[in-house]
Design a protein around this ligand. Structure first.
Ligand SMILES: NC(=O)c1ccc[n+]([C@@H]2O[C@H](COP(=O)([O-])OP(=O)(O)OC[C@H]3O[C@@H](n4cnc5c(N)ncnc54)[C@H](O)[C@@H]3O)[C@@H](O)[C@H]2O)c1
Length: 258
């Protein structure tokens, strides 16, 4: 990506765990497109990794702690962003989590605790983060989240995460309506399968990759850079008329019947 589609824009990116994270691919593409970035990490274990990665970008980017299940962390993040960036033009939500045991076997066996955990981290967090960042988007803005086809089709082993993604996509539509008058857009990128830490937690993930490579119209799996480029488009003024949408970046897999 060579176009400076995000020149002069300031963004906050949540969800970098390592160099394979979709959030990191979006960070690199946004930085190439001219954006100034801030990052968060969840837990001390990955703090160093995120700080090391961020150092490879041009300029300096602040890195803040944020567990999205903590209202205190979200309030502190808002304060930090206000102090360090002043205003924010975009937010990238690239976060999901469910207990490993809920990503295998059958959905019927999902516990109340496992269900609520998946919803809290993977779905409710978008609403909480949108409420946190909206007051900083005084000139309008763009919020994106990452979702997956398991929200509308029953994908083997995706189970509780599919239900969380369905709630996430519905949240995108409600948030788009609530924030539209402030010229804040909210959209989701529905990515095809990409080999990341979170994806490897889904039982039988490599079978999904093989299946998609055979069935997708483009006869291959999506590249992480393609997911990142579509994300930059949604974060940029080129998509100024688009809100409340789920955009598939999956080599066309979602359109195929038999
Ligand atoms: N990899 C895929 O095949 C694929 C496909 C479609 C959508 N997605 C979605 O993309 C997003 C990013 O996942 P990824 O594949 O890059 O994996 P990843 O493991 O690199 O990223 C997941 C991120 O969620 C963060 N996270 C988990 N719990 C958190 C919490 N309580 N507070 C703050 N952060 C928390 C982790 O720290 C990590 O950075 C997820 O929403 C995922 O569902 C992934």
């Amino acid at each position: 990506m060579t176009m400076r589609m995000l020149e002069g824009k300031k963004g906050i990116i949540l969800g970098v765990a390592n160099k394979r994270s979709i959030a990191w691919a979006i960070a690199k593409a946004s930085s190439d497109a001219g954006a100034t970035l801030a990052f968060t990490y969840q837990g001390e274990k990955i703090k160093e990794k995120v700080e090391e990665l961020v150092k490879t970008l041009p300029g300096t980017s602040p890195v803040y702690p944020c567990d999205v299940t903590s209202d205190d962390d979200l309030a502190r993040l808002q304060e930090n962003l206000r102090q360090d960036l002043g205003s924010v033009d975009f937010l990238v939500h690239s976060i999901a989590f469910a207990d490993r045991k809920d990503l295998e076997g059958i959905f019927l066996d999902t516990s109340r605790k496992g269900y609520l955990l998946a919803q809290d981290v993977s779905s409710y967090s978008l609403t909480a983060l949108s409420r946190m960042v909206a007051p900083l988007m005084s000139q309008g803005g763009s919020i994106i989240t990452l979702t997956y086809l398991g929200s509308e089709r029953a994908v083997k082993n995706y189970n509780v995460m599919g239900v969380a993604k369905a709630a996430l996509e519905a949240s995108v539509r409600y948030l788009a309506v609530d924030l539209g008058a402030r010229q804040i857009r909210v959209n989701a990128v529905s990515a095809g399968p990409v080999n990341t830490l979170a994806a490897r937690g889904i039982s039988g993930f490599t079978e999904i990759l093989d299946h998609v490579a055979h069935k997708a119209p483009l006869q291959r799996n999506v590249e992480i850079e393609e997911v990142a480029n579509a994300s930059v488009f949604l974060l940029s003024p080129l998509s100024s008329g688009i809100t409340g949408e789920v955009i598939y970046v999956d080599c066309g897999y979602n359109i195929v019947g038999i």
